[in-house]
Design a protein around this ligand. Structure first.
Ligand SMILES: Nc1nc2c([nH]c(=O)n2[C@H]2C[C@H](O)[C@@H](COP(=O)(O)OP(=O)(O)OP(=O)(O)O)O2)c(=O)[nH]1
Length: 367
């Protein structure tokens, strides 16, 4: 499941079926809905539920990722990305309830989701379609490095089907560094934009428009924002993983579920290290979330690490080994699990960075 993303004081989290009433209340507002091409106005309550259902399906299919934007009290908007079929381009869309405009929230969220998309998805560019009469959103995207890639006309359902001129803005993966640099500088307090921030297609809660995310280039561990010069090396994606070894010296691997990048490949259980977490804390959390396993009273020892640059991002993955834990591992996120002898690991397709680990484990655990 896609994790929540903290961008204090806000939180981006996957949408839930129970968000329907909030989404309806926020979107059924002319000043918001007029910038969303595929929503009728008035916006019927049941369309919000249908849209949330469709976003959940699209995420499972690995087509789109939508997040609710939440403050400390409630959901205040949505943001998401959808991938085109070849996985080359991701489209971003977002909207905020009117009461939340003008505080830099859209800038903060779009910046973070662009970073997330480039670190997570395979797209080489991110696109945004913006009504030409939405200057605040156009300005926001320009500030983040987007430039005009084309002009078209889209019939806006919200405006009674009226054809409206739309700008397609794009940001290439190679331009990502300038966005990433802003991650360390943009805050809700310091960035005062007008952010009605809405691009018409992607995030509208009426029809199931997908939100994608891009892939493996610039990489920021979720929640870790650092400043760096635009020309610096790729960002580090800090992931922690464990080799759980049973009494027969078999190791546990998990299959990445549909909807995740690298779906279908087998990996060592683990995940991204979050802000303010040590690798050990992240490992204990991830294995509890993913497998229901309790490592806290066990013994986890550093084994080796992976350091590999691929597709513009740099994966740094401390790998721990563990022989004692509480509770039997179960695939709590629907992922397939397998206990495999080190000699048999070659038969399981794994992400490229894991391949050098196989001979190491064979040497360590066999014979
Ligand atoms: N856990 C794990 N990740 C690996 C391995 N090899 C490898 O390249 N990776 C990469 C795949 C992903 O790009 C990244 C892990 O990120 P992830 O998205 O699965 O992390 P997560 O569990 O926090 O996922 P999510 O909640 O954000 O969806 O590390 C491995 O052996 N184990």
């Amino acid at each position: 499941m896609t994790a929540s993303i903290e961008i204090a004081p806000y939180r981006l989290r996957p949408l839930r079926l129970s968000d329907g009433a909030d989404i309806h209340r926020l979107v059924n507002d002319w000043s918001v809905v007029r910038m969303l091409s595929h929503l009728p106005f008035p916006y019927p309550r049941e369309l919000a539920d249908r849209w949330i259902g469709s976003t959940i399906q699209r995420q499972s299919a690995g087509q789109a990722w939508h997040f609710g934007i939440c403050d400390d009290k409630a959901l205040i908007g949505c943001i998401g990305v959808s991938l085109d079929a070849p996985g080359r381009a991701a489209r971003i869309g977002y909207w905020l309830g009117r009461a939340h405009w003008g505080r830099g929230i859209a800038t903060l969220c779009v910046t973070r989701i662009v970073a997330w998309a480039f670190e997570t998805l395979p797209a080489s560019q991110i696109l945004a379609d913006v009504a030409q009469d939405n200057p605040a959103s156009i300005a926001l995207l320009r500030r983040l490095g987007f430039s005009e890639a084309g002009r078209t006309t889209i019939a806006f359902l919200s405006r009674g089907g009226e054809p409206c001129p739309v700008l397609t803005m794009s940001l290439a993966r190679s331009g990502f560094s300038s966005v990433a640099a802003r991650l360390g500088t943009v805050s809700a307090e310091t960035s005062a934009d007008h952010d009605p921030g809405m691009t018409p297609r992607p995030t509208g809660p009426a029809t199931a428009t997908a939100m994608p995310a891009a892939s493996g280039a610039g990489t920021v561990p979720d929640g870790i924002a650092t400043k760096r010069p635009a020309s610096a090396a790729p960002r580090i994606l800090l992931v922690v993983a464990a080799v759980l070894v049973d009494r027969e010296n078999r190791v546990l691997i998990a299959r990445r579920p549909p909807g995740k990048p690298l779906a279908g490949l087998w990996e060592f259980p683990g995940g991204k290290v979050e802000h303010n977490e040590s690798p050990e804390q992240a490992l204990i959390r991830e294995l509890h979330e993913e497998l229901g396993v309790d490592l806290s009273a066990g013994c986890i020892a550093p084994l080796t690490f992976v350091s590999e640059n691929s597709g513009g991002r740099h994966l740094l993955m401390p790998l721990f080994i563990c022989r004692r834990w509480r509770h039997d591992p179960v695939g709590r996120e629907g992922q397939e699990l397998a206990w495999v002898s080190p000699e048999a690991l070659h038969a399981y397709p794994m992400p490229n960075p894991d391949r050098p680990l196989i001979p190491l484990l064979q040497e360590l655990l066999s014979g």
